[in-house]
Design a binder for this molecule. Structure first.
Ligand code: LMR
Length: 308
């Protein structure tokens, strides 16, 4: 199995590193536009292999998409990250053109690949890649839900003083402040979370999750990379190993949740064909209203792209 990661910045390099040290695939090609950066990071990851013991080969190239030919999965992390005070949507002008150019190269060299978008604004960049590629929707996916649920799960584990492994959770909507964590679908070792934490504390964790990316941007002056890189690698693993994992993924909705004009995070079964199935939860009226609010926000940003 061959996987390409486009963008050798912090997120792309972390994703390549996780793919390598967990031996998720045999070969990872890292591509970047800046001369030498992908080559250097791929070489560094390869030189770590005798220490942490893995066989995966990592290869870096500067803008040479011919080297990515016939990739099974392509992860697109290209574009600029936000700085403190910016919203993810502020990145659309710069990142839309970059994601379009990268996707054209994916279509040219790996027409059967599954694309995973990580660039922001996530939901709208998934739209851009879908428009440019013309691939079926099951092969153009956005990585956000795994990251957002990981933040939610980590905060819950901290508050409850339990292992993060014990927290299972689901989340819907866009990758922005209108995302919809779902306490009704959150359990701790099989126990509904609402039995273990009071409503005020849970609400505070939900609100912190919604701005989880921004919290890190404020702390570091740039956006996060360890959790986003690992989340993208988890999606790759589910696909290349045909694991059929149930995870939240951004995809074009075609009538699910009563929505057919928007790219949003929803639970899916993730396997060798990308999204094998979209799972439609029976939402209550409050959850549905939050999902509609998230749709409205993402649609507004999609319209910016449509007017370009
Ligand atoms: C994240 O959530 O960490 C990413 O979307 C980057 C960002 O700007 O927050």
């Amino acid at each position: 199995m061959k996987v390409t990661v486009v963008g050798a910045g912090n997120v792309g390099a972390t994703c390549a590193d996780v793919l390598a040290y967990r031996e998720i695939v045999n070969e990872v090609v890292l591509v970047d536009i800046k001369e030498g950066v992908a080559e250097g990071k791929a070489l560094d990851i390869f030189q770590k292999s005798p220490i942490t013991c893995y066989d995966t080969r990592t290869v870096g190239v500067t803008n040479d998409y011919a080297r990515t030919k016939d990739s099974d999965v392509v992860v697109i992390t290209s574009g600029i990250p936000r700085k403190p005070g910016m919203s993810r949507d502020d990145l659309i002008e710069t990142n839309a053109g970059i994601v379009k150019m990268v996707t054209e190269n994916v279509v040219k060299y790996s027409p059967n690949a599954i694309i995973i978008i990580v660039s922001n604004p996530l939901d709208v960049m998934t739209y851009q890649a879908h428009l440019t590629s013309g691939f079926p929707r099951n092969r153009v996916l956005g990585m956000a839900g795994i990251l957002d649920t990981a933040r939610y799960r980590a905060f819950l584990a901290e508050a409850l003083e339990v292992s993060p492994k014990e927290i299972q959770a689901m989340l819907l909507g866009g990758h922005g402040d209108t995302m919809v964590p779902l306490p009704r679908y959150t359990t701790v070792g099989g126990i509904p979370v609402t039995e273990l934490i009071d409503a005020d504390k849970l609400n505070a964790i939900i609100e912190r999750t919604k701005v989880g990316g921004g919290e890190l941007v404020k702390l570091m002056g740039t956006s996060a990379w360890y959790a986003p890189g690992a989340a993208a690698a988890q999606m790759v693993e589910a696909i290349v190993k045909d694991q059929r994992r149930v995870v939240p993924v951004c995809i074009k909705l075609e009538g699910e949740y009563g929505i057919d004009d928007c790219y949003l995070g929803v639970p899916v079964v993730l396997g060798k064909n990308g999204v094998e199935k979209v799972i439609e939860l029976k939402l209550n009226s409050e959850e549905m209203a939050l999902m509609q609010e998230s749709r409205k926000h993402v649609r507004e940003v999609m319209e910016v792209l449509e007017k370009k």
